[in-house]
Design a protein. Structure first.
Lengths: 272, 266, 272
């Protein structure tokens, strides 16, 4: 309790008791110490001569990167188109699988709280904890380099995302609408279609477009591990130190991401 | 005169003229009610006084200081002398009652003492005294969002008083409260003003309450003062000039009926 | 109402559920467009089925790598990668959050004057546009291989993420609470500390915990471009077809992500 009685018998007030305030200071100190220790670890693995050289290196890099190889753009349209397809088809895959999963996972719609829900939650968590690049790394081993691995990687990573946000939306629906539809004598599937689906549709559409936007960004780098798209060109240009080409790729990615962000903002604005 | 407002106008960027040349003088220790329909400029008027809203032209003089031309630092010092009480209480909801009360002293202490909540002992004592006065001394460590409406407004009043002001600017103090609590809050404000010799400008919707608790009433309509006089002069005719045509006989009589005293809790 | 009788039967014959897109031409154009896109996009996937058949065998070997995973034979590599990931997560979150606060304040329209607002929004947009991997490529080129590049990348990404969300939160605060603090004669910094901070603190803490979680996940892939961390270990084990070690690394990542996710959601509940 911060209210104490001072020596003169009148009440005094401090935000925290001395003990609590000591604990807070100790906490901050510990956090600071941890950060410094972690930085020390990183620092030991860093060749600082390189870092001090970074401004020169950076300036040098920029000099080599400009002007962008504008003519190289002609080669890039096809990979860029592939990249967009990877993101879109991967999102479609995630939506098709993730939508039913969300209903199986949500507390109020799952057929079995004891069995189906935990299984779904586990699948969702596994999908979410592994980055799409790692999924791509695994899938390239199986399917070989190419778009298929990319699509599946995006799909596998996005299923968890779509399912998690959708089942949270399902759990937050207005109960009274479900009651009203149930009271008309509707069957379980009818209740789902008439009271739950209409309520989550805007959220679901928003989630889908949001994920598509993220997937466009992710698809641009999947090629680094061979999973198709513009990243493969990026990897090739970096390996040959063709920096003007790299700049051109960056410019194209920047443009695509800007367009996709604008598009997804428009769609989300329209559905909400 | 404690407060002298002359030719005060306010034009919002949207082009709305909220105030059209208001002249108003408030002497020391006078509790004054400002009535008028919604959008008449009541809220703009009191916010132009402490410059939460910048006046477009005119002058506001508080105890010899011209407020409209003050720089940032001087304005902050001037604001210490004007306590403000808000309609929706405007407590910082995630802070405790005591922190909210002590926030009234922010103009007096530096940044770091306030960051570490190190207020002078005198300020803390005064805070306890005032909280006791309004019957909230046992709520010191409650978070503001755990309080009822009436309790929150009392914390709001105490916050304004810890500033040690000469003038209270009160914006619709009872608009979010039930009728009984409204009366208790109004009575508390008026009593505290009398105890400490404070002047107050109270914006209020409820004509009956205004008549009951303030001796002077100023009526504002479309940014202009259309009535200024003692509460007893508030007739149906006057209300018609302020608010427009309506059957006012019930309103005025109701105010007289409610003159019976009520129990005042703490 | 008009004099003619209301013909319920005729109205019923004419009734259809209102379609999502009102104009029939546009509606069918959208259907057709979607169909054409699907055909085109799926057509671009080139699947080498013989390669996939071979890959299936490799895929099976990868799956069997989980039974049992091999934590021991590359133990020092795993520990080193994990420590790099964890330290860069901690340092980059601390640096990123610390730097994001001034940017967020500057990026909130209700606090900052227009030029500062635009500058801060520019920083936010820059940091959010590029995928972490791409930023990491640039930092590796500047400061050399190792966890420092990863740390810089994640700090940079954290600034955009945190600053955007906190700036939005500052713009959404209850304005009258800030007004009340201003009316007491508080200075600008006191206004921040007493009027704004209490309102945004829960979200600031919650987002920091969430970002810590994200930074760890991201640290697991930065190794693919040489920016240190557990991703480096993972990539090496894939390259050498040491699937049992890769399985071990993946399991460790999932466990840590799970732990981080649970603790960050616990923290968020706690500060609400």
């Amino acid at each position: 309790m911060p209210v104490t009685t001072a020596a003169d018998g009148l009440p005094d007030w401090r935000r925290r008791t001395p003990r609590a305030s000591l604990a807070v200071w100790a906490g901050w100190l510990a956090a600071l110490a941890l950060t410094i220790a972690c930085f020390e670890f990183i620092s030991n693995r860093t060749i600082w001569d390189f870092v001090w050289d970074a401004p020169t290196q950076g300036a040098d890099l920029i000099e080599r990167m400009f002007p962008p190889a504008w003519t190289y753009a002609g080669v890039l349209w096809k990979p860029m188109w592939d990249t967009i397809n990877i993101a879109t088809l991967g999102t479609v895959l995630a939506v098709v699988v993730g939508f039913p999963m969300a209903f199986l996972a949500a507390h109020n719609t799952t057929p079995s709280v004891l069995f189906v829900r935990p299984v779904m939650l586990f699948l969702i968590v596994s999908s979410r904890s592994i980055n799409s690049l790692i999924w791509a790394l695994i899938l390239v081993i199986v399917f070989g380099p190419g778009m298929l691995a990319g699509i599946l990687a995006i799909g596998l990573r996005s299923v968890g995302f779509v399912a998690k946000l959708t089942y949270e939306a399902i759990e937050e629906i207005d109960r009274s609408q479900v009651e009203a539809v149930t009271a008309t004598g509707a069957s379980g599937a009818q209740v789902l279609a008439w009271s739950i689906v209409p309520q989550i549709m805007p959220a679901f559409a928003g989630i889908t477009v949001f994920r598509w936007d993220i997937n466009i960004r992710e698809a641009t780098v999947l090629g680094l591990v061979g999973a198709g798209g513009i990243g493969m060109q990026l990897q090739a240009s970096i390996n040959t130190l063709a920096w003007p080409q790299v700049t051109m790729i960056f410019v194209l990615i920047l443009g695509t991401v800007a367009v996709s962000e604008w598009l997804s903002a428009r769609v989300r604005h329209a559905v909400i | 005169m404690l407060l002298n407002i002359t030719g005060l106008t306010k034009r919002y960027p949207t082009g709305d003229m909220a105030l059209k040349g208001v002249d108003l003088a408030v002497p020391k220790g006078q509790v004054m009610a400002l009535i008028g329909p919604s959008g008449a400029g009541k809220s703009s008027l009191i916010r132009c006084v402490n410059r939460l809203v910048e006046p477009t032209s005119g002058s506001v003089v508080l105890d010899g200081t011209e407020l409209t031309r003050l720089g940032a630092g001087a304005l902050r010092r001037a604001r210490r002398r004007m306590g403000m009480i808000f309609q929706e209480y405007a407590l910082v909801e995630r802070l405790t009652v005591m922190e909210n009360v002590l926030s009234g002293r922010l103009g007096y202490v530096g940044f770091w003492p306030s960051w570490f909540r190190r207020f002078p002992r005198r300020d803390v004592e005064e805070a306890f005294r005032l909280l006791h006065r309004v019957g909230l001394e046992h709520m010191v460590d409650k978070r503001a969002d755990a309080l009822s409406g009436g309790q929150r407004q009392r914390v709001g009043i105490v916050r304004a008083l810890t500033q040690d002001p000469q003038l209270l600017l009160v914006d619709e103090p009872t608009a979010s409260l039930d009728p009984k609590t409204s009366r208790q809050i109004m009575r508390l404000i008026v009593e505290l003003c009398e105890e400490r010799g404070l002047a107050a400008i109270i914006n209020i919707h409820d004509v009956a309450l205004a008549q009951q608790f303030a001796r002077r009433i100023v009526g504002l309509r479309a940014g202009q003062i259309v009535f200024d006089g003692p509460a007893t002069d508030l007739t149906a005719e006057v209300l018609t000039t302020i608010y427009g045509e309506e059957d006012w006989s019930q309103t005025i009589r109701a105010a007289e009926d409610e003159e019976e005293p009520e129990a005042i809790p703490a | 109402m008009s004099a003619t009788l209301f013909d319920a039967a005729a109205a019923a014959r004419g009734w259809r559920p209102p379609p999502l897109v009102a104009s029939p031409v546009l509606r069918y154009a959208i259907y057709l467009g979607a169909l054409a896109y699907a055909a085109l996009a799926i057509g671009t996937i080139e699947v080498n089925w013989t390669r996939a058949a071979e890959g299936l065998d490799r895929g099976l070997r990868f799956v069997s790598g989980f039974f049992p995973p091999d934590f021991t034979s590359k133990r020092s590599d795993i520990v080193e990668g994990l420590l790099e990931s964890l330290t860069m997560t901690v340092v980059s979150t601390v640096i990123g959050v610390a730097l994001s606060i001034p940017v967020a304040v500057g990026g909130a329209r209700n606090l900052a004057p227009l030029p500062i607002y635009l500058a801060c929004r520019g920083i936010i947009a820059l940091s959010r546009t590029f995928q972490e991997i791409i930023v990491a490529i640039v930092f590796v080129a500047m400061v050399g291989f190792g966890p420092l590049a990863g740390m810089l990348t994640l700090s940079f990404a954290t600034i955009g993420f945190m600053a955007k969300l906190i700036a939005e939160d500052i713009e959404d605060i209850a304005e009258e609470q800030a007004e009340a603090v201003r009316a007491t004669g508080a200075s600008w910094f006191q206004l921040l500390a007493w009027g704004i901070l209490p309102q945004v603190r829960p979200r600031l803490i919650g987002l920091s915990a969430y970002r810590l979680d994200i930074n760890f996940r991201e640290s697991a892939v930065l190794g693919l471009v040489g920016a240190g961390g557990i991703g480096d270990t993972l990539n090496t084990s894939f390259d050498r077809y040491e699937f049992d070690t890769a399985a071990a690394v993946l399991l460790i990542i999932i466990v840590i992500v799970l732990a981080a996710e649970y603790s960050s959601s616990w923290i968020r509940r706690k500060v609400q």
